[in-house]
Design a protein around this ligand. Structure first.
Ligand code: BGC
Length: 744
C-alpha cells in the first residue's frame, strides 16, 4: 500500500514538472539552443520593448525587458580591473565600500609578456572579478595600434604590431568569456590618438587599414569570438565610427560575420539615422544634444530612443535593423546573465593578486645590462638608494576610464623593501616633483606628495645620498596624469618630463651602480642611456606592481619581457613627419580635423627597419640574466605552393647558468615584390622556457597568408610567387638565423 502511494506521488510530480516544462517559454530554458531562445524572446516583445533595449538606462547599464524577466545589461570598465560603482546617472562614485578590485597590469604590460598563457590567465582572472561584480560586458581589451608614442592611451593597448596584438588579445577574450562575461574589444577602429578624439577624421588607405589597423580586431572577432565590440569616437572616411557603414556593416558584420553587439563609446553616437542603419546596437553615454549638455531623463532622448521609435511608427524605418540589433543583444544576454551554467566569479583573492604579479613581472623588459649590473647583488647590510616619484606614487589611480579603486597597491619602493627585509638598507630620495595629485574621479590614494623644494635642492639631496650607496635605482617615467599616458590628452614630448633627465645624469656621475627603471605606457626617448649601467622598462603593473618589479630586479624572476613597441633615439626619427599626419589639420571650412595616415603601412619597426634608421631599442628587444643561442635553422622544403605550409624549425639553447625564457620571433621578408613592402613583418613568435643548458626545438608553420599583402584594387590578400626569407631572431633588429625559401 505504502509503495503504491509513493509511486503515484512520483508519477504526479513528474507530470507536473513535464507540464511546467512544456509551458515554459523556450527563451527561459537555459539548455535550449541560443538561437531558439533568441527567436522565442524576440517574438514576445513589443516594438517599444525592442527599441528600449538599444539604449542606455543609466551610466553603465542598458535596458532589458522586465515584463519578460529579461535582465538589463551591466557594462563596466575595463580593461585593467573592475571600475568602482558610479551613481545611476553620473560619473561620480557611488561610494560603495565593497568595490575595491584587483588592479591587473596595464594591457601594454601584458603585451610585453609575449606570452599567450599570461593573456589567458589575465582574461580568466579579470573575467572572474567582473562576474563576481555581476557585470555582463567588460569594456576591454583595447587593441588600437601604437602609431605614435604620443598617443595618450597606448598604455591601454597592445603595442605597435598587428600580429602581436592579435595573438595576445584572443586568449584574453576567451578567458573573460569563459566566465559568462562578454569582452568588448575597443576602440574600433583607426583610433590612434586622443588629440581631438571626437572631432578627428582618420584618412587611411585600404591597404594600410587591412594590413595594420584591422588584423587585431579581426583576430578578436574571428578567432577570439568576442561577444561585443566598441565603436570609437573618431571618424573614418568622414563618418563617425560608432555608426560607420564600412567598418561596422561591411567589414565587421559582413566580411567577418560578427554575431555580437556593437556598443557605442560613451557619447560616441552622433546621428539618429546613421545609428539605426549603420550597425550600432547599443547606444551608451550620449548627452541629449549629442555630446555636450545633459537634461534630466536624457536616456529617453537618445538617438536610438524616441527618434527611433518615432521613425518606426512613421514608417521611416522597418523593423529589419531593429530585429537584428535586438537579436544580437538577446544573444549576448543568453551568453552572459541568462547563460545555462551560471557561476559567481571571485574577487580580490590571493589567486588574482598572484596572477597580477606574475603577469606584470613577465612583462618587465630588461633593456640594457652592462657588466651584469642586474640582478642586484647587494652585500649583507648594504645600501640601496631609490630615487624618483614613481617609486612611491600609486598609479592605479588616474589615466581616464581605466582608473580603478584597488584593494591595495604595492609601489616599487615597498616592493624592494619587501624583497630585502632587513638584509639591506633601502632609502628613498624624491629626485624630482612630477604630478602631486593623488585623486582621480573621486578615488584617492591617500598619499601626500607635496614637496616645495626646488629641483636643485632635490637633486643635491639625491646626489649626496647616492655617494655611499651600493646601488642607485632611479624610478621615473610617466604617471597617467594629463599628457603623461592619459585618456583624452596626448603626450607633448617623447622625452622624460619634470626634469628627470637632469636627475639621472647627476646621479650617474656619482653612483657606483645606477639602474634606471622607466615606468610608462609608451616609448620614452633615452638620450642618457649611455650614462647608466642598466635600464629596465617597467609598466603600470597594478596592485602588485612593486613586488613584480622587485622580483625582476632581484633575479627572483629572470626577465623575459619584450618591447611591444620601438624605442627610437628621437621622435623625429619616426615615420610621422608632418602635422597632416599627426595631430592632423583643420583647414578653414573643415568641420573636423583630418589626420592623414600618409606613412601607410610603415608603422613602428616596419618604418625603422625598412628605412635603415638606427633605434635605441628595437621592437621585440629584451635581455635576460641568461643567454640564448640559435642553431640548426631549417625548413622542411625549399619551395612551397600556395596551398602548402612550410615548416621552419630552429634549436634554441639556454647557454647561461640560470633558467630563463627566450621569445623566438619569426619575421617574413619578401625578397622581391611588385609593390613596396616593409623589409620585415612579424608572423609568429613563441616564448620558450629553458632550463640552464637546455635546448628546445621551436617550430613555426608558414602559409601563403603569412606571405601576402593586401591588394586594395582587388580587395584581396595576395601572395606573390618568388623568393622569401624567414628571419628568426630575438628582436626585429637581432636576426639570428635566416631560412630562404620560394613560393611557387
Ligand atoms: C572611453 C571608453 C570607456 C567609456 C566608459 C569612454 O570615454 O573612451 O574606453 O570604456 O568611456 O567609461
Amino acid at each position: 500500500m505504502k509503495k503504491t502511494l509513493i509511486l503515484s506521488a512520483a508519477v504526479l510530480f513528474s507530470a507536473v514538472c513535464f507540464a511546467q516544462k512544456a509551458d515554459r517559454p523556450v527563451y527561459l530554458d537555459p539548455h535550449a539552443p541560443v538561437e531558439e531562445r533568441v527567436e522565442d524572446a524576440l517574438s514576445r516583445m513589443t516594438l517599444e520593448e525592442k527599441v528600449g533595449m538599444t539604449t542606455a538606462q543609466s551610466k553603465f547599464s542598458s535596458r532589458g525587458v522586465p515584463r519578460l524577466g529579461i535582465p538589463e545589461v551591466w557594462h563596466t570598465d575595463g580593461p585593467h580591473g573592475i571600475r568602482p560603482e558610479v551613481l545611476w546617472d553620473e560619473w561620480d562614485q557611488a561610494g560603495w565600500t565593497n568595490d575595491s578590485c584587483t588592479a591587473f597590469p596595464a594591457l601594454v604590460n601584458l603585451a610585453a609578456t609575449w606570452d599567450k598563457e599570461m593573456s589567458l590567465l589575465y582574461g580568466r582572472s579579470i573575467g572572474e572579478e567582473a562576474r563576481y561584480r555581476k557585470k555582463d560586458i567588460l569594456l576591454g581589451p583595447g587593441i588600437n595600434i601604437c602609431r605614435t608614442p604620443l598617443n595618450g592611451r597606448n598604455f591601454e593597448y597592445m603595442g605597435e604590431d598587428p600580429y602581436l596584438a592579435g595573438q595576445m588579445v584572443v586568449p584574453y577574450i576567451q578567458g573573460v568569456q569563459e566566465n559568462g562575461v562578454a569582452a568588448c574589444v575597443k576602440h574600433y577602429a583607426v583610433n590612434n590618438q586622443e588629440f581631438q578624439r571626437t572631432q578627428s577624421n582618420s584618412v587611411v588607405d585600404d591597404r594600410t587599414l587591412y594590413e595594420i589597423y584591422l588584423p587585431a580586431f579581426k583576430a578578436a572577432v574571428v578567432e577570439g569570438n568576442a561577444w561585443s565590440i566598441m565603436g570609437s569616437y573618431n571618424l573614418y572616411n568622414g563618418q563617425f565610427n560608432c555608426h560607420n557603414k564600412k567598418l561596422l556593416v561591411d567589414i565587421l558584420k559582413g566580411e567577418w560575420g560578427f554575431d555580437g553587439v556593437v556598443v557605442s563609446d560613451w557619447g560616441g553616437c552622433r546621428d539618429d539615422e546613421e545609428a539605426v542603419l549603420n550597425g550600432l546596437d547599443i547606444e551608451m553615454g550620449t548627452w541629449t544634444n549629442g555630446l555636450t549638455g545633459a537634461a534630466s531623463d536624457s536616456y529617453r532622448n537618445y538617438h536610438m530612443a524616441a527618434p527611433y521609435l518615432k521613425g518606426l511608427r512613421e514608417g521611416k524605418y522597418t523593423t529589419k535593423e531593429l530585429d537584428d540589433k535586438v537579436r544580437r543583444i538577446l544573444r549576448l544576454i543568453f551568453r552572459t546573465s541568462m547563460r545555462p551554467e551560471p557561476n559567481y566569479g571571485r574577487f580580490v583573492c590571493p589567486e588574482h593578486y598572484q596572477a597580477a604579479r606574475d603577469i606584470s613581472a613577465a612583462g618587465v623588459v630588461l633593456l640594457k645590462n652592462d657588466n651584469n649590473a642586474l640582478p642586484l647583488n647587494v652585500p649583507q647590510g648594504g645600501k640601496i638608494l631609490v630615487v624618483g616619484e614613481n617609486a612611491v606614487k600609486k598609479m592605479v589611480v588616474g589615466g581616464g576610464s581605466s582608473n580603478l579603486k584597488t584593494a591595495y597597491e604595492v609601489n616599487p619602493l615597498e616592493g624592494l623593501q619587501n624583497a630585502f627585509g632587513k638584509n639591506a638598507e633601502i632609502v628613498w630620495a624624491r629626485g624630482y616633483v612630477g604630478d602631486t595629485s593623488t585623486s582621480y574621479n573621486n578615488v584617492d590614494t591617500g598619499q601626500d606628495l607635496t614637496d616645495n623644494r626646488t629641483p636643485k635642492e632635490l637633486i643635491a639631496e639625491a646626489v649626496e645620498m647616492a655617494k655611499d650607496a651600493d646601488y642607485v635605482i632611479f624610478v621615473g617615467g610617466l604617471n597617467k596624469s594629463a599628457h603623461q599616458d592619459n585618456e583624452s590628452t596626448d603626450r607633448l614630448q617623447i622625452t622624460l618630463p619634470y626634469g628627470q633627465e637632469k636627475v639621472i645624469l647627476a646621479l650617474a656621475e656619482v653612483a657606483k651602480n645606477i639602474v634606471v627603471v622607466n615606468i610608462s605606457g609608451s616609448a620614452v626617448a633615452m638620450p642618457w642611456a649611455g650614462e647608466v649601467d642598466a635600464i629596465v622598462q617597467g609598466w603600470y603593473g597594478g596592485t602588485e606592481t612593486g613586488n613584480a618589479l622587485a622580483d625582476v630586479l632581484t633575479g627572483k624572476v629572470n626577465p623575459s619581457g619584450r618591447l611591444p613597441f620601438t624605442v627610437p633615439f628621437k621622435y623625429e626619427d619616426g615615420p610621422i613627419k608632418t602635422e597632416r599626419q599627426y595631430p592632423g589639420i583643420k583647414e578653414e571650412g573643415d568641420e573636423f580635423w583630418q589626420t592623414h595616415y600618409d606613412e601607410g603601412v610603415y608603422v613602428g619597426y616596419r618604418w625603422y627597419s625598412s628605412k635603415k634608421i638606427k633605434v635605441q631599442f628595437p621592437f621585440g628587444h629584451g635581455l635576460s640574466y641568461t643567454t640564448f643561442a640559435y642553431s640548426n635553422a631549417k625548413a622542411d622544403k625549399a619551395e612551397m605552393t600556395a596551398d602548402q605550409t612550410l615548416k621552419v624549425t630552429v634549436d634554441v639553447t639556454n647557454t647561461g647558468s640560470v633558467d630563463g625564457a627566450e621569445v623566438v620571433q619569426l619575421y617574413i621578408n619578401d625578397v622581391k615584390s611588385t609593390i613596396d613592402r616593409p623589409v620585415k613583418e612579424l608572423k609568429n613568435f613563441e616564448k620558450v622556457y629553458l632550463k640552464a643548458g637546455e635546448t628546445k626545438t621551436v617550430t613555426f608553420e608558414i602559409d601563403a597568408e603569412d606571405l601576402s599583402y593586401f591588394d586594395a584594387d582587388k580587395h584581396e590578400w595576395v601572395a606573390e610567387p618568388g623568393k622569401f626569407k624567414a628571419l628568426l631572431g630575438s628582436s626585429s633588429e637581432d636576426v639570428r638565423s635566416t631560412v630562404n625559401f620560394k613560393l611557387n
